[in-house]
Design a protein around this ligand. Structure first.
Ligand code: ZN
Length: 285
């Protein structure tokens, strides 16, 4: 199933994208795509039955309707840094021996096609196409063998980053990762059964019509099962939590000279099987 949310910010309703591309209102199913939904795998079976019976008659979501973040706000938005060796190289950093883990404030989460706001005093706002996954059942000290049974689905994420805030202002990366609008999530969560091999998905990002990132999740240094198992040794992963697995090369800071964003820039990105998103950059009001 492809789970999406639509409507005005803060009052999104759950919807589904069907095989033929139609989008339907799934409010009548009675659950939002949140911790309760993801925490119990039987909900997905019930949703499939509901869709079989109701998808022909459910209200259609019209084309111009805003898409919201593809899940309700998660408890945690965890990111993995430098998880592609060629991105570590362009960033001038060593390939990590263990996953680099950082948080992004969940208040940064927006819909997939919402504007991205360049923060006040920012000179180095940058893009990062990423494959993210959504936690299903709770994960604490899980083995790598059992890890993927804790993943409910996959979703496209743009891990926007302010490089000066992130790297030149001391302390943790979280400062450069958490600005409002810095986490467009969607268009939809593809449930795990939809994605045959999450570690072989083409991923790309275009700025103002020019391709900047052109990668594949097969190049992840630390794969998804390892990340679930690894993270679960340091914290409990709860249903609905989102983990973003890192970006391939081609970010703005990797160019010589570096390329950073300005108001009016148009960023388009996508991952095979997970749809596309598009953000227009605007100045901080
Ligand atoms: Zn990232």
């Amino acid at each position: 199933m492809k789970l999406l949310r639509f409507g005005a910010p803060g009052s999104e309703k759950p919807g589904l994208q069907l095989e033929d591309g139609r989008r339907i209102d799934a409010s009548a199913f009675g659950m939002d795509w949140n911790d309760q939904f993801f925490g119990d795998p039987s909900n997905l079976d019930r949703l499939k039955s509901w869709a079989d019976e109701n998808s022909a008659s459910a209200p259609l979501i019209s084309d111009g309707t805003r898409l919201g973040p593809a899940t309700a706000r998660p408890g945690k938005l965890i990111c993995i840094g430098l998880n592609f060796s060629d991105h570590a190289e362009e960033a001038g950093m060593d390939i990590p021996k263990e996953p680099i883990v950082f948080f992004k404030a969940t208040s940064a989460i927006v819909g997939p096609n919402d504007n991205v706001t360049i923060p006040r005093d920012s000179k180095k706002t940058d893009w990062e196409v990423e494959l993210a996954f959504v936690i299903g059942k709770k994960a604490s000290y899980v083995s790598e063998e059992d890890a993927l049974s804790h993943v409910a689905g996959y979703v496209l994420h743009n891990d926007y980053s302010e490089r000066e805030f992130q790297l030149e202002r001391g302390g943790q990366w979280v400062k450069g990762k958490s600005c409002d609008t810095f986490a467009p999530i969607g268009p939809f969560v593809a449930t795990a059964d939809e994605i045959a091999d999450p570690e072989n998905l083409a991923m790309w990002l275009i700025v103002n019509g020019e391709k900047k990132q052109d990668g594949n999740s097969s190049k992840l240094i630390f794969g998804i099962a390892h990340l679930v198992s690894y993270l679960s040794r340091f914290m409990t992963l709860e249903p609905g939590d989102i983990v973003s697995t890192g970006t391939p090369p081609g970010v703005g800071m990797g160019f010589n000279p570096p390329q950073f964003m300005k108001p009016g820039d148009v960023v388009e990105l996508g991952i095979e099987g997970l749809g596309q998103s598009r953000q227009v950059a605007v100045a901080c009001p």
